[in-house]
Ligand binder design. Structure first.
Ligand code: NAD
Length: 249
């Protein structure tokens, strides 16, 4: 396994799903990980994991997030926190829009802005932002607010990449297809209820979107995040890397 020995990492949404898989993968690879999540109870499960320090934090709190990032001075910043709203534009309330933009995009802007000065000073830094295939890459029905926000994540990522490429900073976005996680399992249950179908049928609808015929696993996304964090990826910046069972091909 590639080594992240003694690197400091700040990973959001680390209490479950993709964020947790990345935090644990980085910790196993030797990084000192600050695992951040709003859900303190769920974070508690990670508290005994070697190389992980847990931090309960709402990433939509600009001041607290900026302070936590500045205090940690991470070499690796992994912005994973995000929320999926179901619905088209006519079903999107102003509150849905604000939460999607604040949690999925603004928190990344705040965290990157706090992390970059230290990274620039050290002439080395790696940022990974969790986007999605449902963004500017692919039109996905009933994912209006989500797709707008995840497209913005790609713009944010590329813009920072262009501005800081000469400063030793690499910043990339990961664009997963459908990945097994607690919130995806809830989306499948919600779909079953909305469409009055069985949960098994709802899961099958998600599976059918993926040409590979299966849902992705959080550990597969973590493996890509590990590659991007290592020197093996030192020529990679400003990219939107899809990991999606062929959905976007
Ligand atoms: P998830 O949605 O199951 O868990 C999200 C975590 O974020 C939870 O632990 C939650 O407590 C935390 N969180 C929510 N609001 C927060 C806040 N304000 N501050 C701090 N933490 C907060 O995890 P997931 O499905 O693996 O999704 C993780 C990321 O990956 C999201 O950005 C999501 O959009 C993206 N993504 C997921 C999929 C998928 O199919 N699962 C596909 C593409 C992209």
């Amino acid at each position: 396994m590639p080594s992240l020995s003694n690197k400091s990492a700040f990973v959001t949404a680390a209490a479950q799903g993709i964020g947790q898989a990345i935090a644990m993968c980085y910790a196993r690879s030797g990084a000192n990980v600050t695992a951040v999540d709003i859900n303190g109870d769920a974070l508690g499960k990670l508290a005994e994991t070697p190389n992980i320090t847990v931090l309960q934090l709402d990433v939509t709190d600009d001041a607290k997030l900026a302070k936590a990032v500045t205090d940690t001075a991470p070499e690796l910043l992994v912005n994973v926190a995000g929320v999926v709203h179901n619905g088209n534009i006519l079903e999107c309330s102003a509150d849905d829009w604000d939460l999607a933009m604040n949690l999925n995009v603004r928190s990344m802007y705040v965290a990157c802005q706090a992390a970059l000065p230290g990274m620039v000073e050290r002439k080395k830094g790696c940022i990974i932002n969790m986007s999605s295939v449902a963004s500017s890459l692919r039109a996905v029905p009933v994912r209006f607010a989500y797709s707008v926000s995840k497209a913005a994540v790609l713009g944010l990522t590329k813009s920072i990449a262009a501005d800081f490429v000469k400063d030793g900073i690499r910043i990339n976005a990961i664009c997963p297809g459908t990945v097994r996680s607690p919130s995806w399992e809830q989306r499948a249950r919600d779909l079953a209820q909305r469409e009055n179908i069985s949960e098994q049928e709802a899961v099958q609808r998600f599976v059918e979107r993926q040409p590979m015929g299966r849902i992705g696993e959080a550990d597969e996304v973590a493996a890509l995040a590990l590659y991007l964090a290592t020197d093996a990826a030192q020529y990679v910046t400003g990219q939107a890397l899809c990991i999606d069972g062929g959905w976007s091909m």
